[in-house]
Design a binder for this molecule. Sequence first.
Ligand SMILES: [Zn+2]
Length: 274
Amino acid sequence: MQEAIISEEQWLRVQELRKHKRRPTKTGRTSLFSGLLYCYDCKSKMHFVAAKSMKRKQEHFRCSQYKSGRGKCAMHYIRDIVLERLVLEAVSDLSDFVRCYEPVFLYLLAKKNNAMRQKEYQQLQKAVENGTKRIAEIDRLIEKVFEQNAGGILSDERFAKMLQSYEKEQKALTQEVEENLQTLQNAEQRVVDLRLVLRTLREMTDIKELTPTLVNSLIERIEVHNSDKSNGHSHVKVDIYFTAVGMIDIPTEKEILATMEEIRNNPQDFKFVA
Ligand SMILES: [Zn+2]
């Protein structure tokens, strides 16, 4: 396991900051999900609508582009208490799944995210190391040709050519090293996020109610579809994106068994960074 770029404490602080970003409405009421809700169709933020005259069960979200019917988007209406129920259900389901079948969960996640394997990770690290060494070496080589040129050992023409070639190589390498470092950092960030999400999910048992901390650490984003009234009563679909996990369909018993078989048959595929 590599050293994490950010510590768990820092991560928790980020979650804390995210929480405070939530501004209460004029009435002082706030929703657990403020700032996390987006319209599925236009990807705009959803507004929380609450007023003193409203009962708790009437508080709702709507697409910020709806503008009472004068905007560009449909309402995408969802009541806050409905949302609470849906998210609590999704969180409980995921937590049950992780507690019972963590290896299956990790395997499916790695497959879905095309996670970086340990070997790829090490190759990238090696590339960064070698690249950094070569960049320093080129610095010394450049210094040397300067000296040789000044001492008359190297003609001006030859010197110019060599210098140009060294600088070109160094520029390309610097860019490559930066890109590789970014890839490594992203992978490490995902690992830290995932580790904390796993810890939270493992420790949860039989939760009755969502808390701001739970929502902030587990939920990255929720997209709300426009309600479908085709079968008489309105039904709203929400896409819940979990931190470091994304959207996840909990597999059926049959799918879980098939995946366990897959893990047994391909144990080498199971060695990803997580
Ligand atoms: Zn919209």
